[in-house]
Design a protein around this ligand. Structure first.
Ligand code: GRF
Length: 202
């Protein structure tokens, strides 16, 4: 059994895609040990209702010590940490302790439209402004640089002429809901290593 924690900040639809994939038995050797949010989030209510162990570490209260608190809650308890729409930045110490054991989902094809300030609707606004014909989503390992860790999986989504950021976001989110469980399945079934900043599946 691969033990994971899911970290969220918002609606938690990506979290739900993981929980649903466990319920449907698509993910049959993953156990969600804890669900943490850095603010009062709708997703945390959903997690509670589904009977999961939840924890709110308010980013305003914990400011500089948020990562420390996360480490305290998860060290020696989980194999992987999944950032599923988690908006706070994780610090170096936590990343070192969970080297290549923290994954993040980002709603674009990295390295496009990522990094500082590129979250939520900003990402889709930038993609439409640039006029790209394709966008998508990426699941990657987390390293010290924002959205820069080794890429595990990407999916492409076509950008249509009359897309608004909201419409594009919806279409990409749908893909996110399959790519994230797919990556967890991979992590639970295969050995994945990072060589020269690139993911190798053994
Ligand atoms: C998703 O688009 C994810 O890629 C990004 O934040 C959003 C979270 O959505 N990192 P939800 O809370 O999972 O619905």
């Amino acid at each position: 059994m691969l033990k994971i924690a899911i970290l969220i900040s918002g609606g938690g639809s990506n979290m739900e895609s993981i929980l649903d994939s466990i319920d449907s038995n698509y993910l049959n050797n993953i156990e969600v040990v804890k669900i943490i949010s850095d603010r009062e989030a709708n997703g945390i209510e959903k997690a509670k209702q589904r009977g999961f162990d939840t924890l709110i570490l308010d980013r305003k209260i914990y400011k500089g010590t948020l990562s420390e608190k996360i480490l305290e809650a998860l060290e020696n308890k989980v194999d992987y940490i999944v950032l599923a729409g988690f908006l706070s930045i994780i610090d170096e110490k936590l990343i070192k302790k969970f080297e290549n054991k923290i994954i993040n989902i980002h709603p674009s094809l990295i390295p496009s439209f990522c990094g500082e300030g590129m979250y939520g609707m900003n990402v889709h606004r930038a993609a439409i402004k640039k006029g790209v014909k394709f966008s998508g989503c990426t699941v990657h390992f987390v390293n010290e640089e924002v959205d820069a860790g080794a890429i595990i999986k990407q999916e492409v989504v076509e950008v249509l002429d009359d897309d608004t950021p909201e419409v594009l976001q919806k279409r990409i989110l749908k893909k996110e809901h399959s790519i994230l469980p797919d990556v967890l399945k991979l992590l639970s079934e295969k050995e994945i290593i990072v060589v020269d900043d690139k993911v190798k599946i053994l």
